[in-house]
Design a protein. Structure first.
Length: 119
């Protein structure tokens, strides 16, 4: 759930930088070493910026993990609202045929929700 939530947030940050007129690679570089730094920012933001979605971790496996965590949370009486949103994003990504792409391709689903086509 931490990986899925983080990768979705990094995707939003990359799109925000691009749409806001900033160079997303420079924004990523500026964030390295600070509190926002993570393996996902270092590795997957590059994939998103370069639109390289060759699967390292296919999205279809990511959604399996998020759905399992949401369901387990329910069995112990927890609502996990952030994870539920992320799980829906990944589920929609699969529904749009992107399940075999790397989970960093979640940027494509977030783009779709904003009327953007991301190759």
């Amino acid at each position: 759930m931490i990986v899925a939530s983080t990768i979705a947030t990094v995707a939003e940050a990359v799109l925000l930088a691009e749409r806001g007129g900033a160079d997303p690679a420079k924004v990523r570089e500026a964030l390295l070493g600070g509190f926002a730094d993570s393996a996902i920012l270092r590795q997957h933001a590059l994939r998103m910026i370069g639109r390289d979605f060759e699967p390292g971790g296919p999205a279809k496996y990511q959604v399996k993990d998020t759905t399992t965590a949401v369901e387990f949370g329910q069995t112990v009486g927890l609502e996990l609202p952030v994870l539920q949103v992320v799980d829906r994003l990944f589920g929609d990504m699969l529904a749009h045929g992107d399940g075999d792409l790397d989970h960093s391709a979640i940027i494509r689903e977030i783009g779709r929700r904003n009327g953007l086509e991301i190759a």
